[in-house]
Each structure stands twice: as structure tokens, then as C-alpha cells.
Design a protein around this ligand. Structure first.
Ligand code: HEC
Length: 162
């Protein structure tokens, strides 16, 4: 059963993310792992329920079919697996104990996210999605990105504080 579930997750993410083996690679940098695996998977979850205000009124997006709900549930389960991966030495080594706590929080909220999708409850998916986002942000506040415009912004704001 456990084996089958692993297979199912890999199978789904193979379609969604073009590759499950990649996700298990310990030698991906954190940045690659975030950009290629964590972010796209979180996006599947976040984009599944949206309340959009448009001219002409409100347009709500939510999963319509069992398969669509299943994809949201799978994304949440995948996020929980990624959280576990963040705790492995390849990613956790050299970090403070807060790193593990952030990863644990992500694992925990991902389970709530999975539950919300299993219940097919759009409001709950939306709410938990917000919590997922704050967990991502909490870790990024302490462990900011080391490259790209975000890093330059962070460096600039640190410099401005001095
Ligand atoms: C345990 C800590 C931790 C958690 C939790 C975490 N991240 Fe990250 N994330 C990082 C670190 C560290 C970097 C910076 C990597 C670098 O630039 O070296 C990063 C960078 C990123 C980046 C930028 C990648 C790039 O191309 O530069 C994205 C996007 C991202 N994370 C998405 C997410 C999302 C979405 C979540 C939540 C679902 C999340 N992260 C949760 C630690 C974390």
C-alpha cells in the first residue's frame, strides 16, 4: 500500500512536474529544488481555488471534477513529501534548528491542505493555502534567497538599516 501510494504520487507529479526522480535527488541545490519542485507544486494548490473580482462581478475558481480535486490533494501530499526532504542532511546541514521547525510546519500545514482537498472544501483549501504561504515566507525571512532580484532587494534593505 505504501509502495502504491508512492507510485501514485510520483505518477501524478510526473505529469504535473515532468519528473519524480528529480524531486528525490539530494544533490539539487535548495534554489533549484524550490524553483523546480516546491513552487510549482504550491502553485497547483494555490491556483485551485481563487476568488476573482472582475468587472461584471465575482468569478470563483474551484475544482470541478473528482480528478481536479484529486490533483489538488496530490499536490498537498507532494508538498508534505518535499517538507520531509528539506529535513534531510543534504538541505538541513549547516542550518539552525529553526530550519527543521520551518520544514515541520510545512509538513504539518501540507497535511491540513491535503485534508481540505480530501473534503472538497474550497473555503478551507483557500484558507489553508494562506497558511501554507505564511510558512513559506517565515522560512524565507530567516533564510533569504541568495540570488536574483529578491536577494538584491534584501541586501539593499539590510544596507539601508545600517
Ligand atoms: C525550511 C525553509 C524553507 C521553506 C519552508 C520554504 N523555503 Fe523556499 N527557499 C528556502 C531557501 C533557503 C531559499 C533560497 C535558496 C537560494 O537562493 O539559495 C528559498 C527560495 C525559494 C524560491 C526562489 C527560488 C529561486 O529561483 O531563486 C522560491 C520560489 C521558493 N523558495 C518557494 C517556496 C515555497 C512556495 C514554499 C512553501 C510552499 C517554500 N519556498 C518553503 C527555504 C525554504
Amino acid at each position: 500500500m505504501a509502495k502504491f501510494r508512492t507510485f501514485a504520487v510520483c505518477f501524478t507529479s510526473a505529469i504535473l512536474l515532468a519528473g519524480c526522480n528529480q524531486a528525490a535527488q539530494p544533490d539539487k541545490t535548495v534554489q533549484q529544488f524550490m524553483a523546480q519542485d516546491v513552487q510549482p507544486t504550491a502553485d497547483i494548490y494555490w491556483k485551485s481555488v481563487q476568488y476573482i473580482n472582475e468587472e461584471g462581478g465575482q468569478r470563483d475558481i474551484q475544482p470541478q471534477t473528482d480528478a481536479e480535486w484529486q490533483a489538488v490533494q496530490d499536490a498537498a501530499r507532494q508538498l508534505a513529501a518535499y517538507a520531509e526532504l528539506l529535513k534531510t542532511p543534504g538541505y538541513a546541514e549547516g542550518r539552525g534548528s529553526d530550519w527543521i521547525q520551518f520544514a515541520d510546519s510545512l509538513a504539518e500545514v501540507s497535511k491540513q491542505a491535503e485534508q481540505a482537498a480530501a473534503e472538497k472544501n474550497p473555503e478551507k483549501v483557500f484558507d489553508v493555502g494562506g497558511t501554507v504561504y505564511s510558512v513559506c515566507s517565515a522560512c524565507h525571512m530567516i533564510y533569504p534567497t541568495t540570488s536574483g532580484p529578491e536577494a538584491e532587494e534584501a541586501a539593499a534593505s539590510l544596507a539601508a538599516d545600517e
